[in-house]
Design a protein around this ligand. Structure first.
Ligand code: SF4
Length: 376
């Protein structure tokens, strides 16, 4: 799973949601027609700007990913038009993975048919939980039965590659509740599942509620039990865990996210979107007004640009590569005393190592960033 020079992905950030969930720190706005119209015309300008620059040397895209926010806040016809514009500039082929994230309560069969007909071939629903009371605790709109209806509608529209995002360690969620969510999910037969532990992000409503003692912080030990339960349950139901938070049926690993974890290149469009091209990391301004103003001014809305040194690239290869269950080649470890450092982490039960590769153990996955730091 190493990237080649040809590997290139495109990410489009659609920064709108109907309501902000209590734990969410992504750059987004509450969906409003005027703001979405401003965004749409600015995004079209950004795509046109790249048409003139052609910075990707005509390389074919291996993946296109519409994320957010909630991309399906925009009308399906508009998403279809944006995809057509992108494909007119960057070559794609039959193997290109084209993902759209969707909120299960914001799509109809017609929307999904428009998206499938336009060429989206993978859909990722933010299911989060299959228990209504969890929706209240995280401030998510919609109802549990919307997820089942959305998955069935997606299948009718022609999607066979369907991901469901889940969160665990929610306020008041027991281990049994979590297992019931997983069991209930199986009746929907997804091809991919992402399981994220609830974390507290600065500036969120959840962080404020915890600081004011209105709710309890997530229970670390319970989250560990939930993670282990998910790994066991999903293995028994035919899913392979291939990354810390990601499980897939055979041949359904997410190609786009694999680019991030294996040092592949990607271009981000939309406010706050990040890019990594030709050894340079850069990001768009996280402000819709400023984003649109730059493009009106015929300038790309890039605010920071960092040329990564060889050492920084190696650090990224370790930090991201170790997230994958198959780990990284020993040669990626740059610690001065590589073998001694690896042996120490193996002795602590944090790392498995053989002649060629090192990979995190299940204990090591809980301390992935610390282990990566020690190997750097
Ligand atoms: S739906 Fe997703 S992107 Fe939107 S606020 Fe909730 S977690 Fe954030």
């Amino acid at each position: 799973m190493s990237p080649s020079d040809e590997d290139l992905g495109l990410y489009v950030h659609i920064p709108f949601c109907r309501r902000r969930c209590h734990f969410c720190a992504f750059y987004l706005e509450i969906a409003h027609p005027d703001r979405m119209a401003l965004f749409h015309s600015a995004l079209v300008q950004e795509i046109s700007h790249y048409r003139r620059q052609e910075p990707q040397d005509g390389r074919a895209l291996q993946s296109i990913y519409f994320g957010g926010g909630t991309p399906t806040s925009l009308p399906a016809d508009q998403l279809a038009t944006i995809l057509t514009l992108i494909r007119a500039i960057w070559p794609t082929d039959g193997a290109t993975e084209v993902t759209v994230e969707a909120h299960p309560s914001s799509v109809t069969v017609r929307d999904l048919t428009v998206l499938a007909d336009a060429g989206f071939n993978r859909i990722s629903f933010g299911a989060e939980s299959m228990t209504d009371k969890d929706f209240v605790s995280i401030g998510r709109f919609g109802q549990v039965q919307d997820t089942a209806a959305a998955v069935q509608a997606a299948r009718r529209a022609g999607f066979s590659n369907i991901n469901l995002d889940l969160m665990y360690g929610l306020q008041g969620q027991s281990l049994q509740d979590w297992i019931r969510t997983l069991e209930s999910l199986m009746t929907l037969a997804p091809s991919h599942i992402s399981c994220y532990a609830l974390t507290i992000e600065e500036g969120t409503r959840l962080a404020q509620d915890i600081a004011r003692n209105l709710v309890l912080p997530p229970d670390d030990m319970l989250q560990i039990d939930m993670e282990s339960a998910a790994e066991r349950f999903l293995a028994e139901t035919g899913f392979s865990r291939y990354e810390i938070s990601n499980y897939a049926k055979p041949n359904y690993a997410c190609r786009h996210n694999l680019l991030y974890w294996t040092g592949g290149e990607y271009l981000g469009l939309g406010p706050s979107a990040q890019s990594y091209l030709h050894g340079v990391r850069f990001g768009n301004v996280a402000d819709l007004e400023a984003y649109a103003a730059c493009l009106n001014d015929n300038r790309l809305p890039v605010t920071d640009r960092t040329i990564l040194s060889a050492s920084e690239r190696q650090r990224d290869a370790l930090v991201f590569g170790l997230r994958l269950l198959h780990g990284v080649p020993r040669t990626v470890v740059s610690a001065a005393e590589r073998d001694r450092q690896i042996d120490e982490l193996v002795a602590k039960g944090l790392l498995d190592a053989d002649h060629d590769r090192v990979r995190l153990t299940s204990l090591g996955r809980r301390y992935a960033d610390t282990v990566a730091e020690q190997l750097f």
